[in-house]
Design a binder for this molecule. Structure first.
Ligand SMILES: Cc1cc2nc3c(=O)[nH]c(=O)nc-3n(C[C@H](O)[C@H](O)[C@H](O)COP(=O)(O)O)c2cc1C
Length: 363
């Protein structure tokens, strides 16, 4: 049985499985395995987006890929990082300095996106311009979806994709004219809303009208994909699945944590970005949960506050603190596999599940 739905023809792919990652190697492997890759470029400078898109275009040999940006309207105009650092509350700076001391976090030797940039409307505009001029086949947006950006992407010939976590957002996306809606539920890794995937997807399908919907959040097995189709989605969108792929090549300390994790080992925390974000549970999230910890700052200030210590944690692999976004589907990713092996597993399981359902209901 060939696992296909109308979205495959619409997007030019073999399987209705979409994947978001911040790794070019994952994107290329996913395209070659028959899925639809969407590169998370929210942590890339405009210059990096241009270069990354070019590499993907070359290595994917004509297969389609998307670029995803985060464009929250709540982020302001200030671009002077030093000025923002000076304005951060001393209590928060002391707390972060205390963590660095307690866990012996050395300074990073290399700058990172967050230690050299600050999210601002100007940066978003430049990231968007780089995305529109790139060879990406689609533009996806999450955490903010200014309707004029959707219009501009369409004018540049891009397919448009919007990630939503509530029915009213689906209506907004539909009115803005998006081509594809991703219904992303509470189970998901990354920034997420409070509605569980099982409750959310059919509501979004109903609100979306003729626009195809993908289910996201908690998809780790083919049974989830079969269930997503039953809920009215035309496919699925996964993020956590790729973190333990060989191509992602995260640090050993982080990979081991992810491989061992169960669905109980993730939690929603504001400590990453100032917005609710599902992360793998670590001493990082636990320290911010403590009663005497300060309340995380709103986006973009939390990431300005924590950029240096996070850079140090990642570069020096500080085991207790190292973390990434991850969803409850982490329970299904317990061994290092290639992206192609993950795709083959998901497709095989989905076909088995659909056959089981047919047998179960055939009387
Ligand atoms: C490590 C990680 C980083 C993510 N970064 C982004 C991002 O930059 N933009 C975005 O739209 N979604 C991001 N997401 C969310 C995914 O797009 C997707 O909706 C989610 O992972 C689906 O749920 P799952 O994690 O259960 O597969 C991220 C998810 C993870 C796990």
């Amino acid at each position: 049985m060939e696992l296909t739905t109308p979205i495959c023809e619409k997007m030019g792919i073999r399987y209705p499985i979409f994947g978001l990652a911040h790794s070019i190697d994952v994107m290329v492997a996913l395209a070659k395995a028959g899925g639809y890759p969407v590169f998370g470029a929210a942590r890339s400078t405009p210059e990096e987006i241009v270069a990354e898109a070019r590499i993907m275009q070359e290595q994917m040999e004509g297969r389609p890929f998307g670029i995803d940006l985060m464009l929250p309207a709540s982020v302001g105009e200030e671009t002077d990082r030093e000025k923002i650092v000076d304005s951060l509350p001393q209590e928060h700076k002391d707390f972060v300095a205390g963590l660095a001391k307690k866990y012996h976090v050395p300074k990073a030797t290399k700058p990172t996106f967050f230690s050299s940039q600050t999210r601002s409307q100007q940066l978003f505009e430049e990231q968007m311009a780089a995305t529109l001029e790139s060879g990406a086949h689609s533009f996806a947006s999450a955490v903010g979806m200014p309707p004029e950006m959707i219009g501009r992407a369409k004018e540049h010939g891009k397919m448009t994709i919007s990630l939503v976590g509530a029915p009213r957002h689906a209506a907004k996306a539909r009115d803005a004219g998006v081509d594809l809606i991703v219904a992303q539920g509470y189970d998901a890794g990354g920034h997420t809303g409070p509605i569980g995937t099982f409750s959310l997807v059919p509501q979004i399908v109903d609100a979306a009208g003729d626009i195809p919907v993908l289910a996201a959040g908690g998809v780790g097995h083919g049974r989830h994909i079969a269930a997503s189709l039953a809920l009215g989605a035309q496919g699925v969108w996964l993020g956590t699945a790729w973190l333990t792929s060989k191509e992602h090549a995260l640090s050993d300390a982080l990979t081991q944590k992810l491989l061992k994790a169960t669905s109980l080992d993730t939690e929603i925390s504001y400590s990453h970005s100032g917005k609710p974000c599902r992360l793998i549970k670590t001493a990082w999230s636990e320290e911010w949960n403590k009663e005497d910890a300060p309340t995380p700052l709103p986006m973009p200030y939390q990431q300005v506050l924590t950029a240096d210590i996070i850079a140090g944690i990642n570069e020096h692999e500080i085991e207790p603190l190292i973390y990434d976004a991850a969803g409850q589907s982490i329970a299904w990713f317990n061994e290092l596999m290639t992206v192609d092996e993950i795709m083959t597993r998901l497709v095989t399981e989905t076909n088995q599940s659909l056959e089981n359902i047919a047998r179960l209901t055939s009387g």
